[in-house]
Write a protein that binds this ligand. Structure first.
Ligand code: HEC
Length: 462
Protein backbone atom coordinates (compact mmCIF):
# COMPACT_ATOMS: atom_id res chain seq x y z
CA UNK A 1 0.00 0.00 0.00
CA UNK A 2 2.99 2.31 0.29
CA UNK A 3 3.70 1.85 -3.41
CA UNK A 4 2.11 3.21 -6.57
CA UNK A 5 -0.38 0.81 -8.11
CA UNK A 6 0.00 -0.95 -11.39
CA UNK A 7 -3.08 -1.55 -13.48
CA UNK A 8 -2.92 -4.08 -16.29
CA UNK A 9 -6.21 -3.77 -18.20
CA UNK A 10 -8.37 -6.89 -18.54
CA UNK A 11 -5.60 -9.43 -17.93
CA UNK A 12 -4.76 -8.09 -14.42
CA UNK A 13 -1.19 -8.08 -13.17
CA UNK A 14 -1.29 -11.51 -11.47
CA UNK A 15 -2.47 -13.11 -14.68
CA UNK A 16 0.37 -11.40 -16.54
CA UNK A 17 2.79 -12.87 -13.98
CA UNK A 18 1.13 -16.25 -14.50
CA UNK A 19 1.56 -16.05 -18.30
CA UNK A 20 5.26 -15.19 -18.11
CA UNK A 21 5.87 -17.70 -15.32
CA UNK A 22 4.30 -20.58 -17.19
CA UNK A 23 6.58 -20.01 -20.18
CA UNK A 24 9.55 -19.61 -17.86
CA UNK A 25 8.75 -22.74 -15.88
CA UNK A 26 8.46 -24.87 -19.01
CA UNK A 27 11.85 -23.69 -20.28
CA UNK A 28 13.60 -23.69 -16.90
CA UNK A 29 12.60 -27.29 -16.10
CA UNK A 30 14.08 -28.30 -19.43
CA UNK A 31 17.20 -26.34 -18.47
CA UNK A 32 17.59 -28.67 -15.47
CA UNK A 33 16.44 -32.00 -16.91
CA UNK A 34 18.18 -31.38 -20.24
CA UNK A 35 21.47 -31.04 -18.35
CA UNK A 36 21.07 -34.54 -16.89
CA UNK A 37 20.05 -35.86 -20.31
CA UNK A 38 23.16 -34.41 -22.00
CA UNK A 39 25.62 -35.48 -19.30
CA UNK A 40 24.20 -39.00 -19.15
CA UNK A 41 23.89 -39.50 -22.90
CA UNK A 42 27.23 -37.98 -23.86
CA UNK A 43 28.84 -40.37 -21.34
CA UNK A 44 26.92 -43.26 -22.90
CA UNK A 45 27.93 -42.24 -26.44
CA UNK A 46 31.61 -42.06 -25.47
CA UNK A 47 31.49 -45.44 -23.71
CA UNK A 48 29.82 -47.18 -26.65
CA UNK A 49 31.88 -45.26 -29.21
CA UNK A 50 28.67 -44.16 -30.95
CA UNK A 51 29.91 -41.24 -33.11
CA UNK A 52 26.50 -40.67 -34.77
CA UNK A 53 24.77 -40.32 -31.42
CA UNK A 54 27.51 -37.96 -30.26
CA UNK A 55 27.00 -35.76 -33.27
CA UNK A 56 23.24 -35.72 -32.65
CA UNK A 57 23.89 -34.74 -29.02
CA UNK A 58 26.14 -31.92 -30.20
CA UNK A 59 23.26 -30.53 -32.27
CA UNK A 60 20.86 -31.02 -29.40
CA UNK A 61 23.22 -29.15 -27.05
CA UNK A 62 23.15 -26.15 -29.40
CA UNK A 63 19.34 -26.08 -29.42
CA UNK A 64 19.34 -26.59 -25.66
CA UNK A 65 21.71 -23.72 -24.91
CA UNK A 66 20.01 -21.28 -27.27
CA UNK A 67 16.58 -22.00 -25.86
CA UNK A 68 17.40 -22.21 -22.16
CA UNK A 69 19.97 -19.45 -21.84
CA UNK A 70 18.26 -16.87 -24.05
CA UNK A 71 14.64 -17.64 -23.36
CA UNK A 72 15.13 -18.73 -19.77
CA UNK A 73 17.03 -15.56 -18.93
CA UNK A 74 14.55 -13.20 -20.64
CA UNK A 75 11.50 -14.73 -19.00
CA UNK A 76 13.33 -14.99 -15.65
CA UNK A 77 13.99 -11.26 -15.65
CA UNK A 78 10.38 -10.77 -16.84
CA UNK A 79 9.18 -12.47 -13.65
CA UNK A 80 11.24 -10.11 -11.49
CA UNK A 81 9.83 -7.11 -13.36
CA UNK A 82 6.22 -8.14 -13.05
CA UNK A 83 6.28 -9.38 -9.45
CA UNK A 84 8.15 -6.24 -8.37
CA UNK A 85 5.47 -4.06 -9.94
CA UNK A 86 2.43 -6.15 -9.07
CA UNK A 87 3.40 -7.30 -5.58
CA UNK A 88 6.05 -4.90 -4.30
CA UNK A 89 5.48 -5.63 -0.62
CA UNK A 90 5.56 -9.42 -1.00
CA UNK A 91 8.61 -9.21 -3.27
CA UNK A 92 10.36 -7.01 -0.69
CA UNK A 93 9.58 -9.49 2.09
CA UNK A 94 10.97 -12.38 0.04
CA UNK A 95 14.13 -10.47 -0.88
CA UNK A 96 14.80 -9.55 2.74
CA UNK A 97 14.08 -13.05 4.02
CA UNK A 98 16.01 -14.93 1.35
CA UNK A 99 18.84 -12.60 0.40
CA UNK A 100 21.33 -15.34 1.34
CA UNK A 101 19.40 -17.91 -0.72
CA UNK A 102 19.52 -15.68 -3.78
CA UNK A 103 23.22 -15.11 -3.26
CA UNK A 104 23.77 -18.89 -3.29
CA UNK A 105 21.52 -19.16 -6.32
CA UNK A 106 23.51 -16.60 -8.29
CA UNK A 107 26.75 -18.46 -7.53
CA UNK A 108 25.27 -21.66 -8.93
CA UNK A 109 23.78 -19.77 -11.83
CA UNK A 110 27.23 -18.50 -12.81
CA UNK A 111 28.67 -22.02 -12.49
CA UNK A 112 25.78 -23.31 -14.59
CA UNK A 113 26.27 -20.78 -17.40
CA UNK A 114 30.07 -21.22 -17.45
CA UNK A 115 29.72 -25.03 -17.52
CA UNK A 116 27.12 -24.85 -20.31
CA UNK A 117 29.37 -22.78 -22.53
CA UNK A 118 32.48 -24.89 -21.86
CA UNK A 119 30.43 -28.04 -22.50
CA UNK A 120 29.24 -26.77 -25.85
CA UNK A 121 32.14 -24.69 -27.20
CA UNK A 122 34.89 -27.14 -26.16
CA UNK A 123 33.04 -30.09 -27.66
CA UNK A 124 35.62 -32.48 -29.13
CA UNK A 125 38.53 -30.51 -27.70
CA UNK A 126 38.38 -31.82 -24.12
CA UNK A 127 39.34 -35.29 -22.90
CA UNK A 128 36.16 -37.38 -22.91
CA UNK A 129 36.06 -37.81 -19.13
CA UNK A 130 36.48 -34.06 -18.53
CA UNK A 131 33.77 -33.24 -21.05
CA UNK A 132 31.29 -35.54 -19.33
CA UNK A 133 32.29 -34.15 -15.92
CA UNK A 134 31.56 -30.60 -17.10
CA UNK A 135 28.15 -31.86 -18.21
CA UNK A 136 27.47 -33.23 -14.73
CA UNK A 137 28.66 -29.98 -13.11
CA UNK A 138 26.15 -28.12 -15.27
CA UNK A 139 23.35 -30.53 -14.39
CA UNK A 140 23.86 -30.45 -10.62
CA UNK A 141 24.40 -26.67 -10.51
CA UNK A 142 21.13 -26.21 -12.44
CA UNK A 143 19.35 -28.60 -10.09
CA UNK A 144 20.61 -26.71 -7.03
CA UNK A 145 19.18 -23.48 -8.54
CA UNK A 146 15.87 -25.31 -8.91
CA UNK A 147 16.00 -26.45 -5.26
CA UNK A 148 16.70 -22.93 -3.97
CA UNK A 149 14.01 -21.20 -6.02
CA UNK A 150 11.53 -23.95 -5.18
CA UNK A 151 12.17 -23.41 -1.46
CA UNK A 152 11.26 -19.74 -1.88
CA UNK A 153 8.09 -20.34 -3.91
CA UNK A 154 7.12 -23.08 -1.43
CA UNK A 155 7.59 -20.61 1.43
CA UNK A 156 4.91 -18.34 -0.07
CA UNK A 157 2.37 -21.12 0.15
CA UNK A 158 3.30 -22.27 3.67
CA UNK A 159 6.06 -20.62 5.73
CA UNK A 160 5.55 -23.20 8.50
CA UNK A 161 7.36 -22.41 11.76
CA UNK A 162 9.02 -19.32 10.26
CA UNK A 163 6.45 -17.01 11.87
CA UNK A 164 7.64 -18.05 15.35
CA UNK A 165 11.27 -18.46 14.35
CA UNK A 166 12.03 -16.16 11.42
CA UNK A 167 15.44 -17.45 10.39
CA UNK A 168 16.74 -18.24 6.93
CA UNK A 169 16.94 -22.01 7.20
CA UNK A 170 13.53 -22.39 8.87
CA UNK A 171 12.14 -20.41 5.92
CA UNK A 172 13.95 -22.57 3.38
CA UNK A 173 12.90 -25.92 4.85
CA UNK A 174 9.20 -25.09 5.05
CA UNK A 175 6.44 -27.75 4.94
CA UNK A 176 5.94 -27.28 1.18
CA UNK A 177 9.64 -27.55 0.32
CA UNK A 178 10.03 -31.30 -0.06
CA UNK A 179 6.76 -31.94 -1.93
CA UNK A 180 7.45 -29.16 -4.43
CA UNK A 181 11.11 -30.13 -4.80
CA UNK A 182 10.18 -33.74 -5.62
CA UNK A 183 7.46 -32.64 -8.06
CA UNK A 184 9.72 -30.11 -9.78
CA UNK A 185 12.67 -32.50 -10.06
CA UNK A 186 10.28 -35.01 -11.64
CA UNK A 187 8.94 -32.25 -13.86
CA UNK A 188 12.47 -31.49 -15.04
CA UNK A 189 13.02 -35.15 -16.01
CA UNK A 190 9.68 -35.47 -17.76
CA UNK A 191 9.72 -32.17 -19.62
CA UNK A 192 13.27 -32.59 -20.86
CA UNK A 193 12.35 -35.97 -22.37
CA UNK A 194 9.40 -34.33 -24.11
CA UNK A 195 11.71 -31.65 -25.53
CA UNK A 196 14.15 -34.37 -26.64
CA UNK A 197 11.34 -36.27 -28.38
CA UNK A 198 10.14 -33.18 -30.19
CA UNK A 199 13.64 -32.26 -31.29
CA UNK A 200 14.63 -35.80 -32.32
CA UNK A 201 11.38 -36.47 -34.19
CA UNK A 202 11.95 -33.35 -36.28
CA UNK A 203 15.69 -33.50 -36.85
CA UNK A 204 16.76 -37.16 -36.76
CA UNK A 205 16.04 -38.73 -40.14
CA UNK A 206 17.57 -42.14 -39.47
CA UNK A 207 14.98 -44.40 -37.83
CA UNK A 208 17.41 -46.61 -35.85
CA UNK A 209 18.83 -43.58 -34.11
CA UNK A 210 15.37 -42.15 -33.44
CA UNK A 211 14.25 -45.43 -31.86
CA UNK A 212 17.29 -45.47 -29.62
CA UNK A 213 16.67 -41.90 -28.46
CA UNK A 214 13.01 -42.70 -27.85
CA UNK A 215 13.68 -45.72 -25.70
CA UNK A 216 16.64 -44.24 -23.77
CA UNK A 217 14.62 -41.19 -22.71
CA UNK A 218 11.50 -43.13 -21.78
CA UNK A 219 12.70 -44.27 -18.35
CA UNK A 220 13.61 -40.82 -16.98
CA UNK A 221 10.30 -39.51 -18.36
CA UNK A 222 8.29 -42.24 -16.63
CA UNK A 223 10.28 -41.74 -13.41
CA UNK A 224 9.56 -38.00 -13.71
CA UNK A 225 5.82 -38.65 -14.08
CA UNK A 226 5.86 -40.80 -10.92
CA UNK A 227 7.79 -38.12 -8.99
CA UNK A 228 5.31 -35.43 -10.09
CA UNK A 229 2.43 -37.57 -8.83
CA UNK A 230 4.11 -38.32 -5.47
CA UNK A 231 5.12 -34.65 -5.03
CA UNK A 232 1.64 -33.49 -6.07
CA UNK A 233 -0.08 -35.69 -3.48
CA UNK A 234 2.30 -34.48 -0.75
CA UNK A 235 1.73 -30.88 -1.94
CA UNK A 236 -1.98 -31.31 -1.35
CA UNK A 237 -1.44 -32.98 2.02
CA UNK A 238 0.72 -30.11 3.31
CA UNK A 239 -1.46 -27.28 1.98
CA UNK A 240 -2.64 -24.77 4.59
CA UNK A 241 -6.29 -25.20 5.49
CA UNK A 242 -7.39 -22.08 3.58
CA UNK A 243 -5.65 -23.21 0.39
CA UNK A 244 -7.29 -26.65 0.61
CA UNK A 245 -10.64 -24.94 1.06
CA UNK A 246 -10.06 -22.67 -1.96
CA UNK A 247 -9.22 -25.73 -4.01
CA UNK A 248 -12.41 -27.45 -2.93
CA UNK A 249 -14.71 -24.47 -3.41
CA UNK A 250 -13.58 -22.87 -6.69
CA UNK A 251 -15.35 -24.53 -9.59
CA UNK A 252 -12.66 -23.55 -12.09
CA UNK A 253 -9.98 -25.18 -9.90
CA UNK A 254 -12.03 -28.39 -9.66
CA UNK A 255 -12.11 -28.47 -13.45
CA UNK A 256 -8.38 -27.77 -13.60
CA UNK A 257 -7.53 -30.50 -11.09
CA UNK A 258 -9.51 -33.00 -13.17
CA UNK A 259 -7.73 -31.74 -16.27
CA UNK A 260 -4.31 -32.17 -14.65
CA UNK A 261 -5.22 -35.70 -13.64
CA UNK A 262 -6.50 -36.58 -17.12
CA UNK A 263 -3.49 -35.04 -18.86
CA UNK A 264 -1.03 -36.79 -16.53
CA UNK A 265 -2.68 -40.14 -17.19
CA UNK A 266 -2.62 -39.42 -20.94
CA UNK A 267 1.09 -38.55 -20.87
CA UNK A 268 1.87 -41.63 -18.83
CA UNK A 269 -0.05 -43.97 -21.16
CA UNK A 270 1.43 -42.36 -24.29
CA UNK A 271 4.95 -42.61 -22.86
CA UNK A 272 4.48 -46.24 -21.92
CA UNK A 273 2.87 -47.34 -25.17
CA UNK A 274 5.03 -45.10 -27.36
CA UNK A 275 8.71 -44.57 -26.52
CA UNK A 276 8.88 -47.31 -23.84
CA UNK A 277 7.19 -50.20 -25.65
CA UNK A 278 7.16 -49.07 -29.30
CA UNK A 279 9.99 -46.58 -29.92
CA UNK A 280 9.13 -46.63 -33.64
CA UNK A 281 6.01 -44.57 -32.90
CA UNK A 282 8.08 -41.43 -32.45
CA UNK A 283 6.81 -39.30 -35.33
CA UNK A 284 6.66 -35.49 -35.21
CA UNK A 285 2.89 -35.72 -34.66
CA UNK A 286 3.22 -38.14 -31.75
CA UNK A 287 6.02 -36.11 -30.16
CA UNK A 288 4.03 -32.89 -30.58
CA UNK A 289 0.96 -34.48 -28.93
CA UNK A 290 3.08 -35.67 -25.99
CA UNK A 291 4.66 -32.25 -25.70
CA UNK A 292 1.30 -30.46 -25.78
CA UNK A 293 -0.29 -32.74 -23.18
CA UNK A 294 2.78 -32.50 -20.96
CA UNK A 295 3.10 -28.73 -21.10
CA UNK A 296 -0.67 -28.28 -20.69
CA UNK A 297 -0.54 -30.40 -17.51
CA UNK A 298 2.39 -28.33 -16.31
CA UNK A 299 0.81 -24.97 -17.06
CA UNK A 300 -2.43 -25.99 -15.36
CA UNK A 301 -0.51 -27.25 -12.35
CA UNK A 302 1.33 -23.95 -12.00
CA UNK A 303 -1.93 -22.05 -12.30
CA UNK A 304 -3.55 -24.07 -9.53
CA UNK A 305 -0.47 -23.74 -7.31
CA UNK A 306 -0.67 -19.95 -7.63
CA UNK A 307 -4.45 -19.69 -7.46
CA UNK A 308 -4.78 -21.33 -4.03
CA UNK A 309 -2.63 -18.62 -2.42
CA UNK A 310 -5.56 -16.66 -0.97
CA UNK A 311 -6.26 -14.42 0.84
CA UNK A 312 -2.53 -14.32 1.58
CA UNK A 313 0.02 -14.06 -1.19
CA UNK A 314 2.66 -15.04 1.38
CA UNK A 315 0.65 -17.18 3.78
CA UNK A 316 -0.07 -15.43 7.10
CA UNK A 317 2.50 -12.73 6.23
CA UNK A 318 1.33 -10.53 3.30
CA UNK A 319 -2.25 -10.27 2.02
CA UNK A 320 -2.95 -10.59 -1.71
CA UNK A 321 -3.56 -6.85 -1.88
CA UNK A 322 -0.15 -5.93 -0.44
CA UNK A 323 -1.09 -5.25 3.19
CA UNK A 324 0.46 -6.71 6.34
CA UNK A 325 -2.23 -8.16 8.63
CA UNK A 326 -1.02 -5.89 11.46
CA UNK A 327 -1.87 -2.79 9.34
CA UNK A 328 -5.57 -3.55 8.97
CA UNK A 329 -6.74 -2.17 12.35
CA UNK A 330 -4.85 1.10 11.82
CA UNK A 331 -6.23 1.55 8.29
CA UNK A 332 -9.77 0.95 9.49
CA UNK A 333 -9.16 3.67 12.03
CA UNK A 334 -7.47 6.41 9.97
CA UNK A 335 -8.64 5.34 6.51
CA UNK A 336 -6.89 3.59 3.67
CA UNK A 337 -6.30 6.81 1.74
CA UNK A 338 -4.76 8.57 4.75
CA UNK A 339 -2.70 5.48 5.70
CA UNK A 340 -0.98 5.05 2.33
CA UNK A 341 2.08 7.05 1.33
CA UNK A 342 0.97 7.60 -2.27
CA UNK A 343 -2.76 7.77 -1.67
CA UNK A 344 -2.49 10.48 1.01
CA UNK A 345 -0.20 12.57 -1.21
CA UNK A 346 -2.62 12.05 -4.12
CA UNK A 347 -5.65 13.22 -2.16
CA UNK A 348 -3.77 16.23 -0.72
CA UNK A 349 -2.74 17.24 -4.22
CA UNK A 350 -6.04 16.68 -6.05
CA UNK A 351 -8.61 17.42 -3.39
CA UNK A 352 -7.23 20.12 -1.05
CA UNK A 353 -10.77 20.90 0.16
CA UNK A 354 -10.91 17.45 1.78
CA UNK A 355 -7.88 18.19 3.97
CA UNK A 356 -7.98 19.47 7.55
CA UNK A 357 -4.66 20.20 9.31
CA UNK A 358 -2.72 18.19 6.76
CA UNK A 359 -4.87 15.06 7.21
CA UNK A 360 -7.75 13.72 5.13
CA UNK A 361 -11.17 14.43 6.61
CA UNK A 362 -13.31 11.45 5.64
CA UNK A 363 -16.64 13.26 5.86
CA UNK A 364 -15.37 15.96 3.49
CA UNK A 365 -14.55 13.26 0.94
CA UNK A 366 -18.24 12.38 0.80
CA UNK A 367 -19.10 16.07 0.20
CA UNK A 368 -17.02 16.14 -3.01
CA UNK A 369 -18.83 16.16 -6.38
CA UNK A 370 -19.97 12.76 -7.66
CA UNK A 371 -17.26 12.45 -10.34
CA UNK A 372 -14.57 13.03 -7.69
CA UNK A 373 -16.12 10.52 -5.33
CA UNK A 374 -16.11 7.93 -8.12
CA UNK A 375 -12.50 8.80 -8.98
CA UNK A 376 -11.51 8.24 -5.34
CA UNK A 377 -13.48 5.01 -5.30
CA UNK A 378 -11.40 3.91 -8.26
CA UNK A 379 -8.19 4.68 -6.36
CA UNK A 380 -9.45 2.51 -3.50
CA UNK A 381 -10.33 -0.23 -5.97
CA UNK A 382 -6.89 -0.15 -7.58
CA UNK A 383 -5.19 -0.58 -4.24
CA UNK A 384 -7.59 -2.84 -2.47
CA UNK A 385 -8.95 -5.14 -5.14
CA UNK A 386 -6.90 -4.83 -8.35
CA UNK A 387 -4.51 -7.61 -7.33
CA UNK A 388 -7.30 -10.14 -7.79
CA UNK A 389 -9.98 -8.47 -9.90
CA UNK A 390 -10.02 -6.54 -13.16
CA UNK A 391 -12.24 -3.45 -12.91
CA UNK A 392 -14.95 -3.29 -15.53
CA UNK A 393 -14.14 -6.14 -17.88
CA UNK A 394 -11.62 -8.92 -17.86
CA UNK A 395 -10.40 -11.49 -15.38
CA UNK A 396 -12.86 -11.81 -12.47
CA UNK A 397 -14.04 -8.23 -13.16
CA UNK A 398 -15.47 -6.62 -10.02
CA UNK A 399 -17.99 -4.56 -12.02
CA UNK A 400 -19.51 -7.77 -13.33
CA UNK A 401 -19.37 -9.52 -9.95
CA UNK A 402 -21.60 -6.83 -8.43
CA UNK A 403 -23.87 -6.62 -11.46
CA UNK A 404 -27.48 -6.17 -10.38
CA UNK A 405 -26.69 -5.67 -6.70
CA UNK A 406 -28.12 -2.63 -4.94
CA UNK A 407 -25.57 -0.28 -3.33
CA UNK A 408 -26.35 -1.30 0.25
CA UNK A 409 -25.59 -4.93 -0.61
CA UNK A 410 -22.30 -3.92 -2.20
CA UNK A 411 -21.33 -1.83 0.79
CA UNK A 412 -22.20 -4.61 3.19
CA UNK A 413 -20.04 -6.98 1.13
CA UNK A 414 -17.13 -4.54 1.28
CA UNK A 415 -17.36 -4.12 5.04
CA UNK A 416 -17.44 -7.91 5.46
CA UNK A 417 -15.12 -8.89 2.63
CA UNK A 418 -13.38 -11.68 4.55
CA UNK A 419 -16.71 -13.06 5.70
CA UNK A 420 -18.38 -12.92 2.28
CA UNK A 421 -15.59 -15.19 1.06
CA UNK A 422 -12.89 -16.54 3.36
CA UNK A 423 -10.37 -16.17 0.52
CA UNK A 424 -10.70 -12.36 0.33
CA UNK A 425 -8.62 -10.19 2.67
CA UNK A 426 -10.54 -8.08 5.21
CA UNK A 427 -11.72 -4.57 4.43
CA UNK A 428 -8.95 -2.14 5.38
CA UNK A 429 -10.67 1.24 5.25
CA UNK A 430 -13.34 3.34 6.90
CA UNK A 431 -17.10 3.30 6.48
CA UNK A 432 -16.89 6.47 4.32
CA UNK A 433 -14.33 4.81 2.06
CA UNK A 434 -16.67 1.85 1.65
CA UNK A 435 -19.24 4.39 0.39
CA UNK A 436 -16.77 5.78 -2.15
CA UNK A 437 -15.85 2.33 -3.42
CA UNK A 438 -19.51 1.35 -3.58
CA UNK A 439 -20.20 4.37 -5.77
CA UNK A 440 -17.34 3.44 -8.07
CA UNK A 441 -18.40 -0.22 -8.33
CA UNK A 442 -21.99 0.80 -9.02
CA UNK A 443 -20.78 3.15 -11.76
CA UNK A 444 -18.86 0.41 -13.58
CA UNK A 445 -21.36 -2.42 -13.10
CA UNK A 446 -23.28 -3.27 -16.26
CA UNK A 447 -27.07 -2.98 -15.93
CA UNK A 448 -28.80 -6.00 -14.49
CA UNK A 449 -29.65 -8.48 -17.27
CA UNK A 450 -33.37 -8.30 -17.77
CA UNK A 451 -35.45 -11.34 -17.05
CA UNK A 452 -38.98 -11.18 -15.80
CA UNK A 453 -39.12 -10.49 -12.07
CA UNK A 454 -42.29 -11.44 -10.23
CA UNK A 455 -44.17 -8.23 -9.27
CA UNK A 456 -43.73 -8.72 -5.53
CA UNK A 457 -39.91 -8.90 -5.70
CA UNK A 458 -39.41 -5.71 -7.77
CA UNK A 459 -37.29 -3.09 -6.08
CA UNK A 460 -36.30 0.50 -6.61
CA UNK A 461 -32.63 -0.33 -7.08
CA UNK A 462 -33.21 -2.50 -10.12
C1 HEC B 1 -6.79 -12.06 -2.61
C2 HEC B 1 -7.61 -11.87 -3.74
C3 HEC B 1 -8.84 -10.98 -3.64
C4 HEC B 1 -8.90 -9.66 -3.25
C5 HEC B 1 -7.77 -8.76 -2.79
C6 HEC B 1 -10.27 -9.26 -3.42
N1 HEC B 1 -11.01 -10.32 -3.90
FE1 HEC B 1 -12.96 -10.29 -4.37
N2 HEC B 1 -12.94 -12.26 -4.79
C7 HEC B 1 -11.78 -13.01 -4.90
C8 HEC B 1 -12.13 -14.29 -5.45
C9 HEC B 1 -11.14 -15.41 -5.75
C10 HEC B 1 -13.52 -14.30 -5.65
C11 HEC B 1 -14.39 -15.43 -6.22
C12 HEC B 1 -14.92 -15.02 -7.56
C13 HEC B 1 -14.05 -15.44 -8.71
O1 HEC B 1 -13.40 -16.48 -8.63
O2 HEC B 1 -14.05 -14.72 -9.73
C14 HEC B 1 -13.99 -13.01 -5.23
C15 HEC B 1 -15.32 -12.62 -5.28
C16 HEC B 1 -15.74 -11.30 -5.20
C17 HEC B 1 -17.09 -10.85 -5.42
C18 HEC B 1 -18.29 -11.73 -5.67
C19 HEC B 1 -18.83 -12.01 -4.31
C20 HEC B 1 -19.99 -12.92 -4.25
O3 HEC B 1 -20.65 -12.90 -3.21
O4 HEC B 1 -20.21 -13.69 -5.19
C21 HEC B 1 -17.07 -9.49 -5.30
C22 HEC B 1 -18.25 -8.56 -5.45
C23 HEC B 1 -15.72 -9.11 -4.99
N3 HEC B 1 -14.94 -10.24 -4.93
C24 HEC B 1 -15.31 -7.82 -4.80
C25 HEC B 1 -14.06 -7.48 -4.31
C26 HEC B 1 -13.70 -6.12 -3.99
C27 HEC B 1 -14.60 -4.91 -4.19
C28 HEC B 1 -12.44 -6.17 -3.50
C29 HEC B 1 -11.62 -5.03 -2.96
C30 HEC B 1 -12.19 -4.30 -1.88
C31 HEC B 1 -12.00 -7.55 -3.55
N4 HEC B 1 -13.01 -8.31 -4.04
C32 HEC B 1 -10.75 -7.99 -3.17
C33 HEC B 1 -10.51 -12.62 -4.53
C34 HEC B 1 -10.17 -11.38 -4.05
Amino acid sequence: MHYPWWYVPAVTSPMLIALISVVHVIVSHYAVGGGFFLAMEVGHAYRTGNRDYLSYLHRHARFFILLTVVFGAITGVGIWWTIGLASPLATGVLIRTFVFGWAIEYVFFVIEIAAAFIFYYYWGRLPEKTHVRIGWIYAWAAWISLVLITAITAFMLHPGRWLENPTFWVGMFNPQFLPQMIARSGGALLLSSLFVYLHASLFVKESGMRDMIASRSARPALLGAVMISVGGIAWHYYLPESAKAVLAIAAVLNVFMTLIFALTVAVFVLLYLGPYRNPGWLTPGFAAALFLFGTAAFATGEFVREAVRKPYIVYNIVFGNQIFPREVAHLREVGYLEGGLWTSAYVADRYPTAMVDGAIDETRLLALPESDRIALGEVLFQYHCNDCHAAKDGYSAAGRLVQGRPPEMIKSLLLHLELAHFFMPPWAGTDEEADLLTEYLTSIAPPRPQWMLPETTKREAF
